[in-house]
Design a protein around this ligand. Structure first.
Ligand code: DGL
Length: 296
């Protein structure tokens, strides 16, 4: 094979590789769901650190160490790009990791911040997230890149994650807690609110009811999938096997994936993960494997 043909073959093989997606647990499945919807031709490997969740209350050093281990694991699956599908890990680890590896890496904060910065009319933006994400000030930093005048108000909502994990998406307890948290924005004049934690898009209707119709809710998961698509195109890494995209059966295939298109790994037992995954993904996750992540 000529040198050029060899190179061409290598690069096509590279673009057929899966995308690595990781989160502290199940929440990143909201990002995975958007990737499945918006990039139906791509393969993906998901890792949820269910044994060590939550990251939201941990230190920067710990989240960085965990993220490095996960990336080492994902590399053993031959991924071509990495999506840090966790706001806290995006806030604490993304920039460092990016300097350490030779793969494209994107997080969830930048895409959400960009859209919010461009969407606001009043110039006042709210962000809700874990303590780590809010404390890191990462959203205000990114928002300032596109809208330096914007005023950003953050509110940590630590009870939202356990409420979602308990399946209390529509529940009077969730309504009560959300009302108390979101009171922080009373009279603030925000017209845009970023759901800055992977679990929060699942509480969208509760947040919508409390904030009213006039506030734009930004779901970083949706924006991240769009940015990923753009990134793969720019780098020539789109999967050339258009088994789904552009064909009439595309939507149907994207619902179920084809065998081997998606792989799921966790660091704790798979049962809880599967139960949760099966309530939010467009198809049943039949297989997931437990990985001894501390060994990576
Ligand atoms: N995935 C985390 C995030 O988006 C939420 C759960 C946790 O605290 O680990 O920040």
């Amino acid at each position: 094979m000529s040198w050029n043909a060899e190179r061409e073959k290598k690069s096509t093989e590279g673009s057929r590789a899966p995308i690595g997606v990781f989160d502290s647990g199940v929440g990143g499945l909201t990002v995975m769901r958007e990737i499945m919807r918006q990039l139906p031709s791509e393969r993906a490997v998901y890792f949820g650190d269910t044994a060590r969740v939550p990251y939201g209350s941990k230190s920067r050093e710990t989240v960085l160490r965990y993220s490095r281990q996960i990336i080492r694991f994902l590399r053993t699956r031959g991924v071509k790009a990495i999506v840090v599908a966790c706001n806290t890990a995006s806030a604490y680890a993304l920039e460092t990791i990016r300097g350490e590896i030779d793969l494209p890496v994107i997080g969830v904060v930048k895409p959400g911040a960009k859209v919010a910065a461009q969407a606001t009319r009043t110039g006042r933006i709210g962000v809700i997230g874990t303590e780590g994400t809010i404390h890191s000030q990462i959203y205000p930093e990114y928002i300032a890149r596109w809208n330096p005048q914007a005023v950003v108000l953050g509110k940590a909502c630590p009870l939202f994650v356990p409420l979602v994990e308990e399946g209390l998406l529509e529940d009077p307890v969730t309504d009560e807690i959300a009302s108390r948290y979101l009171k922080a924005f009373d009279g603030s004049g925000i017209d845009t609110l970023i759901l800055g934690c992977t679990h929060y898009p699942l509480l969208r209707s509760t947040v919508r009811r409390i904030m009213g119709e006039t506030v734009t809710l930004v779901n970083p998961a949706y924006e991240t999938a769009r940015s990923l698509k753009e990134l793969l195109r720019e780098r020539g890494l789109e999967n050339p096997d258009a088994q789904a995209s552009g064909r009439p059966e595309a939507a149907e295939q994207a619902q179920g994936g084809h065998p081997g298109q998606y792989e799921f790994y966790v660091s704790d037992s798979v049962e809880h993960f599967q139960r949760f995954a099966n309530t939010i993904l467009p198809f049943a996750v039949e297989k997931a494997a437990q990985i001894p992540i501390e060994e990576y």
